[in-house]
Design a protein around this ligand. Structure first.
Ligand SMILES: NC(=O)c1ccc[n+]([C@@H]2O[C@H](COP(=O)([O-])OP(=O)(O)OC[C@H]3O[C@@H](n4cnc5c(N)ncnc54)[C@H](O)[C@@H]3O)[C@@H](O)[C@H]2O)c1
Length: 271
Protein backbone atom coordinates (compact mmCIF):
# COMPACT_ATOMS: atom_id res chain seq x y z
CA UNK A 1 0.00 0.00 0.00
CA UNK A 2 1.38 3.41 -0.98
CA UNK A 3 0.86 6.69 0.92
CA UNK A 4 2.37 9.22 -1.51
CA UNK A 5 4.95 10.01 1.16
CA UNK A 6 7.56 11.11 -1.40
CA UNK A 7 5.28 12.87 -3.88
CA UNK A 8 7.24 15.60 -5.67
CA UNK A 9 10.56 14.61 -4.11
CA UNK A 10 13.74 14.03 -6.11
CA UNK A 11 16.40 11.55 -5.09
CA UNK A 12 19.66 9.76 -5.81
CA UNK A 13 19.81 6.03 -5.03
CA UNK A 14 23.20 4.29 -5.01
CA UNK A 15 23.96 0.58 -4.76
CA UNK A 16 21.23 -1.29 -6.67
CA UNK A 17 23.20 -4.24 -8.07
CA UNK A 18 20.44 -6.82 -8.53
CA UNK A 19 16.93 -7.50 -7.29
CA UNK A 20 18.28 -8.70 -3.91
CA UNK A 21 20.03 -5.39 -3.17
CA UNK A 22 18.52 -3.31 -0.39
CA UNK A 23 18.83 -0.28 -2.71
CA UNK A 24 16.76 -2.08 -5.36
CA UNK A 25 13.86 -2.39 -2.91
CA UNK A 26 14.29 1.24 -1.84
CA UNK A 27 14.01 2.33 -5.49
CA UNK A 28 10.82 0.29 -5.99
CA UNK A 29 9.27 1.74 -2.82
CA UNK A 30 10.37 5.31 -3.59
CA UNK A 31 8.74 4.96 -7.03
CA UNK A 32 5.53 3.65 -5.45
CA UNK A 33 5.57 6.60 -3.04
CA UNK A 34 5.70 9.15 -5.86
CA UNK A 35 9.39 10.11 -5.97
CA UNK A 36 11.50 10.64 -9.06
CA UNK A 37 15.16 9.68 -8.80
CA UNK A 38 18.42 8.84 -10.49
CA UNK A 39 20.01 5.41 -10.04
CA UNK A 40 23.76 5.19 -9.75
CA UNK A 41 26.40 2.53 -9.28
CA UNK A 42 30.08 1.90 -10.00
CA UNK A 43 30.73 1.41 -13.73
CA UNK A 44 31.81 -2.20 -13.16
CA UNK A 45 28.48 -3.04 -11.49
CA UNK A 46 26.56 -1.33 -14.28
CA UNK A 47 28.19 -3.59 -16.86
CA UNK A 48 26.22 -6.45 -15.30
CA UNK A 49 23.20 -4.68 -16.77
CA UNK A 50 20.61 -5.63 -14.14
CA UNK A 51 20.17 -2.00 -13.09
CA UNK A 52 18.65 -1.21 -16.51
CA UNK A 53 15.62 -3.36 -15.63
CA UNK A 54 15.11 -1.31 -12.46
CA UNK A 55 15.50 1.94 -14.39
CA UNK A 56 12.81 0.85 -16.86
CA UNK A 57 10.48 -0.28 -14.11
CA UNK A 58 10.80 2.99 -12.16
CA UNK A 59 11.17 5.39 -15.11
CA UNK A 60 14.61 6.44 -13.86
CA UNK A 61 17.82 7.50 -15.53
CA UNK A 62 21.12 5.86 -14.65
CA UNK A 63 24.22 7.97 -14.05
CA UNK A 64 27.34 5.92 -13.37
CA UNK A 65 29.73 7.04 -10.62
CA UNK A 66 32.49 5.39 -8.69
CA UNK A 67 31.67 6.71 -5.22
CA UNK A 68 35.37 7.10 -4.40
CA UNK A 69 35.87 9.66 -7.20
CA UNK A 70 35.15 13.32 -6.45
CA UNK A 71 34.95 14.11 -10.21
CA UNK A 72 32.39 11.39 -10.80
CA UNK A 73 30.37 12.45 -7.76
CA UNK A 74 30.34 16.06 -8.99
CA UNK A 75 29.07 14.83 -12.32
CA UNK A 76 26.45 12.70 -10.53
CA UNK A 77 25.06 15.57 -8.44
CA UNK A 78 25.14 18.12 -11.31
CA UNK A 79 23.55 15.82 -13.89
CA UNK A 80 20.97 14.49 -11.44
CA UNK A 81 19.69 18.02 -10.85
CA UNK A 82 19.44 18.57 -14.61
CA UNK A 83 17.65 15.28 -15.22
CA UNK A 84 15.25 15.66 -12.29
CA UNK A 85 14.63 19.39 -12.81
CA UNK A 86 15.78 20.78 -9.46
CA UNK A 87 17.61 20.21 -6.21
CA UNK A 88 17.71 16.80 -4.56
CA UNK A 89 15.53 15.88 -1.55
CA UNK A 90 16.95 12.49 -0.59
CA UNK A 91 20.08 10.39 -1.06
CA UNK A 92 20.61 6.71 -0.23
CA UNK A 93 24.19 5.56 0.39
CA UNK A 94 23.99 1.77 0.01
CA UNK A 95 27.62 0.95 -0.75
CA UNK A 96 29.80 -1.61 0.96
CA UNK A 97 32.82 -3.65 -0.06
CA UNK A 98 35.75 -5.25 1.79
CA UNK A 99 38.52 -6.99 -0.13
CA UNK A 100 39.72 -8.55 3.14
CA UNK A 101 36.30 -10.20 3.54
CA UNK A 102 36.17 -11.21 -0.12
CA UNK A 103 39.55 -12.89 0.17
CA UNK A 104 38.72 -14.50 3.52
CA UNK A 105 41.62 -12.80 5.33
CA UNK A 106 41.32 -12.98 9.15
CA UNK A 107 40.98 -9.64 10.95
CA UNK A 108 44.32 -9.81 12.78
CA UNK A 109 46.11 -10.43 9.47
CA UNK A 110 44.30 -7.70 7.49
CA UNK A 111 45.99 -6.53 4.32
CA UNK A 112 46.32 -2.76 4.72
CA UNK A 113 45.95 -1.88 1.04
CA UNK A 114 42.67 -3.78 1.06
CA UNK A 115 41.73 -2.14 4.37
CA UNK A 116 42.33 1.34 2.87
CA UNK A 117 40.27 0.38 -0.18
CA UNK A 118 37.43 -0.75 2.07
CA UNK A 119 37.53 2.53 4.00
CA UNK A 120 37.52 4.54 0.78
CA UNK A 121 34.65 2.65 -0.86
CA UNK A 122 32.44 2.02 2.17
CA UNK A 123 32.96 5.01 4.50
CA UNK A 124 34.89 7.91 2.94
CA UNK A 125 32.58 7.73 -0.09
CA UNK A 126 29.80 8.89 2.25
CA UNK A 127 31.83 11.92 3.33
CA UNK A 128 32.81 12.66 -0.28
CA UNK A 129 29.20 12.42 -1.44
CA UNK A 130 27.98 14.89 1.17
CA UNK A 131 30.95 17.20 0.69
CA UNK A 132 30.26 17.42 -3.04
CA UNK A 133 26.51 17.86 -2.48
CA UNK A 134 27.10 20.64 0.06
CA UNK A 135 29.65 22.47 -2.11
CA UNK A 136 27.32 22.34 -5.13
CA UNK A 137 24.36 23.28 -2.89
CA UNK A 138 22.58 20.35 -4.52
CA UNK A 139 20.23 19.40 -1.67
CA UNK A 140 17.03 21.16 -0.63
CA UNK A 141 16.47 22.34 2.95
CA UNK A 142 15.08 19.49 5.07
CA UNK A 143 16.58 17.02 2.61
CA UNK A 144 17.43 13.59 4.02
CA UNK A 145 20.54 11.47 3.55
CA UNK A 146 20.64 7.85 4.74
CA UNK A 147 23.48 5.31 4.77
CA UNK A 148 23.20 1.62 5.62
CA UNK A 149 25.30 0.08 8.37
CA UNK A 150 25.60 -2.97 10.60
CA UNK A 151 25.82 -3.48 14.37
CA UNK A 152 29.38 -4.82 14.13
CA UNK A 153 30.23 -1.12 14.53
CA UNK A 154 29.24 -1.49 18.21
CA UNK A 155 29.81 -5.17 19.04
CA UNK A 156 32.31 -7.77 17.89
CA UNK A 157 31.36 -10.13 15.06
CA UNK A 158 34.71 -11.80 14.27
CA UNK A 159 33.88 -12.70 10.65
CA UNK A 160 32.89 -9.09 9.82
CA UNK A 161 36.63 -8.26 10.06
CA UNK A 162 37.66 -4.79 8.82
CA UNK A 163 34.10 -3.83 7.88
CA UNK A 164 33.34 -3.48 11.61
CA UNK A 165 35.83 -0.62 11.90
CA UNK A 166 34.73 0.81 8.57
CA UNK A 167 31.06 0.86 9.63
CA UNK A 168 32.05 2.58 12.89
CA UNK A 169 33.66 5.28 10.75
CA UNK A 170 30.60 5.51 8.51
CA UNK A 171 28.34 6.07 11.52
CA UNK A 172 30.71 8.67 12.92
CA UNK A 173 30.71 10.52 9.59
CA UNK A 174 26.89 10.59 9.72
CA UNK A 175 27.04 12.32 13.12
CA UNK A 176 29.85 14.74 12.27
CA UNK A 177 28.63 15.72 8.82
CA UNK A 178 25.05 15.71 10.06
CA UNK A 179 25.96 18.45 12.53
CA UNK A 180 27.53 20.72 9.92
CA UNK A 181 24.94 20.01 7.20
CA UNK A 182 22.08 20.51 9.64
CA UNK A 183 23.42 23.83 10.83
CA UNK A 184 24.22 25.13 7.35
CA UNK A 185 21.28 23.80 5.30
CA UNK A 186 18.89 21.90 7.59
CA UNK A 187 19.87 18.70 5.79
CA UNK A 188 19.41 15.53 7.87
CA UNK A 189 21.89 12.66 7.99
CA UNK A 190 21.24 9.24 9.55
CA UNK A 191 22.41 5.64 9.37
CA UNK A 192 20.14 2.60 9.50
CA UNK A 193 21.66 -0.44 11.21
CA UNK A 194 20.02 -3.29 9.34
CA UNK A 195 19.56 -7.01 10.15
CA UNK A 196 21.63 -9.55 8.19
CA UNK A 197 20.05 -9.59 4.73
CA UNK A 198 20.53 -12.07 1.88
CA UNK A 199 22.20 -9.87 -0.74
CA UNK A 200 25.44 -10.13 -2.73
CA UNK A 201 27.38 -8.12 -0.11
CA UNK A 202 25.71 -9.96 2.80
CA UNK A 203 26.17 -13.51 1.60
CA UNK A 204 29.83 -12.76 0.78
CA UNK A 205 30.56 -12.84 4.52
CA UNK A 206 31.95 -16.13 5.86
CA UNK A 207 29.33 -18.21 7.70
CA UNK A 208 26.56 -15.78 6.67
CA UNK A 209 23.84 -18.49 6.64
CA UNK A 210 24.42 -19.56 10.27
CA UNK A 211 24.81 -16.01 11.38
CA UNK A 212 21.56 -15.03 9.65
CA UNK A 213 19.75 -17.90 11.44
CA UNK A 214 21.31 -16.91 14.78
CA UNK A 215 20.13 -13.28 14.48
CA UNK A 216 16.70 -14.52 13.41
CA UNK A 217 16.49 -16.75 16.50
CA UNK A 218 17.48 -13.88 18.84
CA UNK A 219 15.26 -11.09 17.47
CA UNK A 220 11.71 -11.27 18.87
CA UNK A 221 10.36 -10.03 15.53
CA UNK A 222 12.89 -12.02 13.46
CA UNK A 223 15.28 -10.48 10.94
CA UNK A 224 14.11 -7.41 9.04
CA UNK A 225 13.99 -8.06 5.29
CA UNK A 226 15.38 -5.80 2.55
CA UNK A 227 11.81 -4.72 1.83
CA UNK A 228 11.24 -3.77 5.48
CA UNK A 229 14.48 -1.79 5.33
CA UNK A 230 13.25 0.00 2.22
CA UNK A 231 10.05 1.00 4.03
CA UNK A 232 12.10 2.42 6.89
CA UNK A 233 14.26 4.39 4.42
CA UNK A 234 11.11 5.87 2.88
CA UNK A 235 9.94 7.16 6.28
CA UNK A 236 13.33 8.82 6.78
CA UNK A 237 13.16 10.45 3.35
CA UNK A 238 9.65 11.71 4.09
CA UNK A 239 8.62 14.90 5.89
CA UNK A 240 7.25 12.81 8.78
CA UNK A 241 10.75 12.48 10.28
CA UNK A 242 11.92 16.07 9.81
CA UNK A 243 13.59 16.40 13.20
CA UNK A 244 15.50 13.11 13.10
CA UNK A 245 19.19 13.61 12.36
CA UNK A 246 22.68 12.39 13.37
CA UNK A 247 21.22 9.08 14.56
CA UNK A 248 22.20 5.47 14.12
CA UNK A 249 18.80 3.77 13.96
CA UNK A 250 18.51 0.03 14.61
CA UNK A 251 16.26 -1.79 12.19
CA UNK A 252 16.63 -5.36 13.32
CA UNK A 253 13.43 -6.76 14.83
CA UNK A 254 14.70 -6.07 18.37
CA UNK A 255 17.96 -8.02 17.98
CA UNK A 256 20.25 -5.26 19.26
CA UNK A 257 18.56 -5.03 22.67
CA UNK A 258 17.88 -8.73 23.24
CA UNK A 259 20.46 -10.54 25.41
CA UNK A 260 19.30 -14.07 24.68
CA UNK A 261 16.06 -15.61 23.45
CA UNK A 262 14.16 -18.67 24.58
CA UNK A 263 14.71 -20.15 21.12
CA UNK A 264 18.49 -19.94 21.42
CA UNK A 265 18.37 -21.26 25.00
CA UNK A 266 16.38 -24.30 23.90
CA UNK A 267 18.83 -24.94 21.04
CA UNK A 268 21.53 -25.10 23.71
CA UNK A 269 19.45 -27.70 25.51
CA UNK A 270 18.40 -25.37 28.37
CA UNK A 271 14.73 -25.68 29.48
N1 LIG B 1 23.24 -7.50 3.49
C1 LIG B 1 23.39 -7.32 4.78
O1 LIG B 1 23.37 -8.28 5.58
C2 LIG B 1 23.56 -5.93 5.33
C3 LIG B 1 23.31 -5.68 6.68
C4 LIG B 1 23.52 -4.38 7.17
C5 LIG B 1 23.98 -3.39 6.31
N2 LIG B 1 24.21 -3.67 4.99
C6 LIG B 1 24.73 -2.61 4.12
O2 LIG B 1 23.79 -2.32 3.11
C7 LIG B 1 24.47 -1.69 2.03
C8 LIG B 1 24.02 -2.31 0.71
O3 LIG B 1 24.47 -3.64 0.61
P1 LIG B 1 23.55 -4.85 0.10
O4 LIG B 1 23.51 -5.83 1.23
O5 LIG B 1 22.29 -4.35 -0.52
O6 LIG B 1 24.50 -5.53 -0.99
P2 LIG B 1 24.75 -5.24 -2.55
O7 LIG B 1 25.97 -6.06 -2.86
O8 LIG B 1 23.54 -5.52 -3.33
O9 LIG B 1 25.10 -3.69 -2.62
C9 LIG B 1 26.41 -3.15 -2.44
C10 LIG B 1 26.58 -2.12 -3.54
O10 LIG B 1 27.78 -1.35 -3.40
C11 LIG B 1 28.15 -1.01 -4.73
N3 LIG B 1 29.53 -0.52 -4.80
C12 LIG B 1 30.68 -1.19 -4.50
N4 LIG B 1 31.76 -0.41 -4.75
C13 LIG B 1 31.28 0.78 -5.22
C14 LIG B 1 31.89 1.99 -5.65
N5 LIG B 1 33.23 2.14 -5.65
N6 LIG B 1 31.11 3.01 -6.08
C15 LIG B 1 29.76 2.89 -6.09
N7 LIG B 1 29.11 1.77 -5.68
C16 LIG B 1 29.87 0.72 -5.26
C17 LIG B 1 28.00 -2.35 -5.46
O11 LIG B 1 28.07 -2.24 -6.87
C18 LIG B 1 26.64 -2.77 -4.95
O12 LIG B 1 25.60 -2.26 -5.76
C19 LIG B 1 25.98 -1.84 2.33
O13 LIG B 1 26.46 -0.64 2.90
C20 LIG B 1 25.99 -2.95 3.33
O14 LIG B 1 27.15 -2.95 4.15
C21 LIG B 1 24.00 -4.91 4.47
Amino acid sequence: MAYNLLKGKRGIITGALDEHSIAWKVAEKAHEEGATFVLTNAPIAMRMGEIKKLAEKTGSEIIGADATSIDELENLFSKSQEVLGGKIDFVLHSIGMSVNIRKNIPYTESNYDYFQKGIDVSALSFHKMMSVAKRLDAINEWGSIVALTYMAAQRVYPFYTDMADIKAMLESIARSFGYHYGLAKKVRVNTISQSPTKTTAGTGIKGFGDFYDYANAIAPLGNATAEDCANYCITLFSDLTRMVTMQNLYHDGGYSTTGVSMEVMSKLGVD
